[in-house]
Design a protein around this ligand. Structure first.
Ligand code: ZN
Length: 163
């Protein structure tokens, strides 16, 4: 991870750090504790992600936080071998993915801890949380449930597995 070096030079700009605001603060606070929050609409009953202050399905503002189970299935994914935006360039290769949460919302994330070639559409996943740097907010990523996992490659002790 990059940071200010000994010369006092400023850290390279980063494009991966979320910027919590008063609305999303509960989400990031929960993430730091290894809990994934989604938003559910009391009007139409549907859940959504990323968090919005109104329901993207029916536009109701009667929306509240809810803790997700952390279970998901893999919808699609892509191995990223090149990304010029810091700090992604130092993180390649990584697996960008779209997953379907058990509660319904589809979210963009990363897959970690899997063996090369080991991903299949529809496979079961479980959320883990990864801090993207010193003092940075933890973000949800997903790893396969069961099967052979490659704990050396991408899953680190810094990740927090919920429950
Ligand atoms: Zn709604």
């Amino acid at each position: 991870m990059s940071g200010p070096d000994a010369s006092g030079a400023p850290a390279a700009p980063r494009f991966d750090l979320p910027e919590p605001d008063p609305f999303t603060r509960p989400y990031w606070d929960a993430a730091a504790q290894g809990r994934l929050l989604i938003r559910r609409c009391a009007s139409c009953g549907r859940a959504h992600h990323y968090p919005r202050e109104f329901c993207p399905h029916c536009w109701s503002e009667d929306v509240a936080w809810e803790e997700a189970s952390g279970a998901a299935v893999l919808y699609t994914w892509s191995e990223v071998h090149r990304n010029d935006l810091p700090p992604f360039g130092a993180q390649v290769p990584y697996t960008a993915a779209v997953v379907d949460l058990a509660e319904g919302p589809r979210m963009m994330t990363r897959i970690v801890g899997h063996l090369a070639g080991g991903l299949r559409a529809g496979m079961r996943l479980r959320v883990v949380f990864r801090a993207l740097g010193e003092g940075a907010p933890a973000v949800p990523v997903f790893r396969p449930v069961g099967g052979r996992l490659d704990d050396q490659a991408e899953f680190t002790s810094a990740d927090k597995e919920i429950r």
